[in-house]
Every structure is written in structure tokens, then in C-alpha cells.
Design a binder for this molecule. Structure first.
Ligand SMILES: [Zn+2]
Length: 144
């Protein structure tokens, strides 16, 4: 065997601080074949030896779904579905949103920030609008 593992030798280990597989110096051995402690050649931190081949293969996979889970998942109604249904039903042309405009139920407004939305629940001064990701109460019919 060419390379023997023993204290003072370099070995590839997963560094818990750098979060990378890096070259480490063996500081202590458990027995003749297994490494107990290593020192990271990059950040100089001492930690238990972590075999780079088994380190984080499973860990990195579970994390990537986070961005896809909608925040509104706890609500009973799926807003996106409701929005789509309402948008398909309505025959109104979309109009830009302005607080001085007066809207009625079923109107489609084009909001600069939230995008297209369908008016429901009209009150004297406010309208409830279904947007793709949220239902918002907006002001309308306001005298400027
Ligand atoms: Zn390190």
C-alpha cells in the first residue's frame, strides 16, 4: 500500500465549517484504519473526521423544494384556482386600476403591482379583488 493513513498526513474530509470536502491533516486516529480527528488545512478548525464520500449526499436533495410551496397552502381555497376560474368566466376587458375609478363586481383590473385581478364584493369605498396569489381589499370610487 502506497498511502498510509496516520497522524500528520493529509486526508480528504468534509469540513463542518467550510461546508466543503477539503484537504485536512490527521490529528488523531481511532485505530490503525480509522481517523478520529482532523484539522482543516483551509480554516484550521479541529473536528471529527467525516468521510467525504458519505457526507452530504442525502442532505442536499431534501432542501430544494422550499421555493415551490405556496405560503397560502393553509387556506381552504386555492386562490390561484379561484383566480383562474373567475378570469375565465368574466367577459370584461381589463382596465388599469386607479383609486378614483368606480368598479363593479366582475370587473377585471390590471394592477401595476399585483397584475390582473377580478373584482368581487364591492362596497362604497372598497373593492375586494382576487389576484393570482392573494385576495386584496383596494380603495375605489375615491374623489380626488
Ligand atoms: Zn475548514
Amino acid at each position: 500500500m502506497a498511502s498510509q493513513i496516520t497522524t500528520g498526513k493529509d486526508v480528504l474530509s468534509y469540513c463542518t465549517k467550510c461546508k466543503l470536502n477539503l484537504s485536512h491533516t490527521i490529528v488523531a486516529m481511532k485505530d490503525a484504519k480509522s481517523i478520529a480527528k482532523v484539522k482543516c488545512n483551509t480554516c484550521q478548525s479541529l473536528h471529527a473526521y467525516k468521510d467525504p464520500s458519505v457526507s452530504s449526499a442525502g442532505k442536499t436533495r431534501t432542501k430544494k423544494v422550499s421555493g415551490l410551496t405556496p405560503k397560502t397552502s393553509t387556506k381552504i381555497v386555492n386562490i390561484s384556482d379561484l383566480w383562474m376560474e373567475k378570469l375565465n368566466k368574466t367577459t370584461s376587458k381589463s382596465q388599469p386600476y386607479g383609486i378614483d375609478q368606480k368598479y363593479k363586481e366582475g370587473d377585471v383590473i390590471d394592477h401595476s403591482k399585483f397584475g390582473p385581478g377580478i373584482v368581487q364584493n364591492v362596497k362604497a369605498q372598497t373593492i375586494e379583488v382576487v389576484f393570482r396569489h392573494d385576495i386584496k381589499t383596494l380603495v375605489h370610487n375615491k374623489a380626488l
